[in-house]
Design a protein around this ligand. Structure first.
Ligand code: AMP
Ligand code: ZN
Length: 493
């Protein structure tokens, strides 16, 4: 007996716009593909949020007893600067600017990606394929689409013929756009492009002489279009038709729309049953993004070294902060939000840390099985982690009541309670049990605040010798006091 036989997930499918009962193609098995990072720079916290949403989904599916094959790729070629078919390859550009090999760029940022995900306690995916490792598969798919008459070659490049495809299929089915509107809203081609229509997208691009990332193909020395790699890697490892495809909301169009078109073109069937899209992390009202400079790096959260935050936060605190929002809701990154999550996180850990000391009783005053089911209900309802967390805080309340003798659980109920708390907090949410360690920045702030108070007292007592001594000696060790209307603040250099 597996848990998935009694716990039934409903998940929001972007394709239908509804929550649907989750039924895998092969009972007991789940194939899930998630678009991975383009490894041309460090991942920012927004990227981490999307990957974390799917780490939680992966963890929950595994917990229910599904045998999950989770494929998350590394995009190491083909992603051009403007997300469409123009501009320089992001990795090649970085390589040019830094005067290193593109594969050095790829190596550096793949390692960074893994390091960051490890710090956040992610589970590794089952397979992590790279675009450059699947050029042959991509070429084969292009041949198939050409054979079906749904792509055309011009000057060594191959484009997907969206209008032709749309005669029998529906381009825009995922993002709810129709081709007529797309035509209406797209700028005229500037004459630089070989495309028949601006909606068409590249399957293969002929490389300009200066383009360093290039492979031979029947059409030219060139490189694959960005959307193609995900079709190649997902179907290679999960089959032409698989269960779940995920990614950030911003990938819905054109990336995932094009993946559907490519899959349909090859097999006359939609490649994916459930499309899941995670919502954006925003900061100062705008999407967190590398291109606009509106971003924060995970390591800055761990060190506290960023003007948007007042202190360092443990990775599990940041993880908890993100999981306190539902994956389909926008999440606003703020220092106050992190501070509140930090309090909640340590309250949860403090309670868990005393669970083993709880004594069982003759009878139970809490119906623990109902509470346990409400934890499952939350996750079964489209992975609703904030509701789950509210239930876990109900569990914290039970722990404190039992400790104080205001509630009781039998031995068996207590065992169920402990196992459930541990499963949801550590296995499913992926939090790590860290007890609050004061970071060095916390300690420094505490010590300087104390000196500021002593100095204020000294000034109130007209003991200016002492107050100046405090200011000057702090300055000597690199801590500057600034007196203002609101009181005294300090900065370090
Ligand atoms: P990229 O490396 O640009 O291909 O992005 C990797 C993943 O991060 C994609 O699934 C994006 O949708 C996602 N992503 C990018 N920016 C954000 C953001 N601000 N919040 C959440 N996810 C994001
Ligand atoms: Zn993708």
């Amino acid at each position: 007996m597996h848990l998935f036989q009694t716990q039934h997930i409903k998940l929001y499918n972007t394709l239908s716009g509804q929550k649907e009962a989750f039924k895998p193609i092969n009972e007991g098995h789940v194939g899930m593909y998630v678009c991975g990072p383009t490894v041309y720079s460090n991942v920012h916290l927004g990227n981490v949020r999307t990957f974390m949403s799917f780490d939680m989904v992966f963890r929950y599916l595994k917990h229910l007893g599904y045998k999950v094959r989770f494929v998350r790729n590394i995009t190491d070629a083909g992603h051009l600067e403007n997300d469409a078919d123009a501009g320089e390859d992001r990795i090649a550009k970085k390589a040019r600017l830094e005067e290193i090999e593109p594969m050095e760029v790829v190596q550096r940022y793949t390692v960074d990606f893994h390091n960051i995900l490890n710090k956040f306690n992610f589970l590794p995916p089952s397979i992590e394929p790279t675009a450059t490792g699947h050029i042959i598969e991509q070429i084969e798919i292009i041949k198939t689409i050409l054979d079906k008459g749904l792509a055309y070659e011009v000057n060594g490049s191959v484009y997907f013929d969206v209008l032709k495809y749309n005669e029998t299929k529906q381009y825009g089915i995922l993002s709810k756009r129709n081709v007529e509107d797309l035509i209406h809203n797209t700028r005229e081609l500037d004459g630089q492009s070989d495309k028949k229509n601006p909606q068409d997208f590249a399957l293969w691009k002929k490389a300009e002489p200066q383009h360093i990332m290039r492979w031979p193909s029947p059409w030219s020395d060139g490189f694959p279009g960005w959307h193609l790699e995900c079709t190649a890697m997902s179907t290679k490892y999960l089959g032409d038709h698989f269960d779940i495809h995920g990614g950030g909301m911003d990938l819905k169009f054109p990336h995932h729309e094009c993946e559907i078109a490519q899959g349909e073109a090859c097999n006359d069937a939609s490649p994916v049953n459930y499309w899941m899209h995670a919502n954006m992390l925003i900061m100062n009202g705008k999407k967190m993004a590398k291109s606009t400079g509106n971003f924060i790096l995970p390591n800055e959260i761990f060190s506290g070294d960023n003007p948007h935050i007042t202190k360092a936060y443990a990775p599990s605190v940041a993880r908890f902060f993100m999981l306190q929002a539902h994956y389909r809701s926008i999440l606003d990154f703020t220092n106050n939000g992190l501070l509140a999550s930090e309090k909640g996180f340590y309250r949860l850990m403090d309670a868990i840390n005393i669970m083993d000391e709880l004594k069982s009783s003759e009878s139970s005053s809490i119906t623990i099985l109902d509470w346990k089911q409400s934890c499952y209900d939350a996750m079964n309802d489209d992975f609703n982690s904030p509701i789950l967390i509210a239930n876990l805080f109900e569990g914290v309340k039970f722990i404190n009541q039992i400790k104080e003798g205001n509630a009781s659980l039998t031995h068996d109920d207590l065992e169920i309670f402990k196992a459930t708390m541990n499963a949801f907090v550590f296995d499913i949410l992926g939090l790590v049990n860290v007890t609050k360690v004061e970071t060095s920045t916390d300690k420094l702030s505490g010590a300087v605040e104390l000196l500021i108070q002593i100095r204020q007292q000294a000034r109130a007592n007209k003991d200016f010798a002492l107050s100046d001594k405090i200011r000057d000696e702090l300055a000597e060790v690199g801590i500057q006091l600034q007196d203002g209307k609101e009181g005294t603040t300090f900065s370090t250099n």
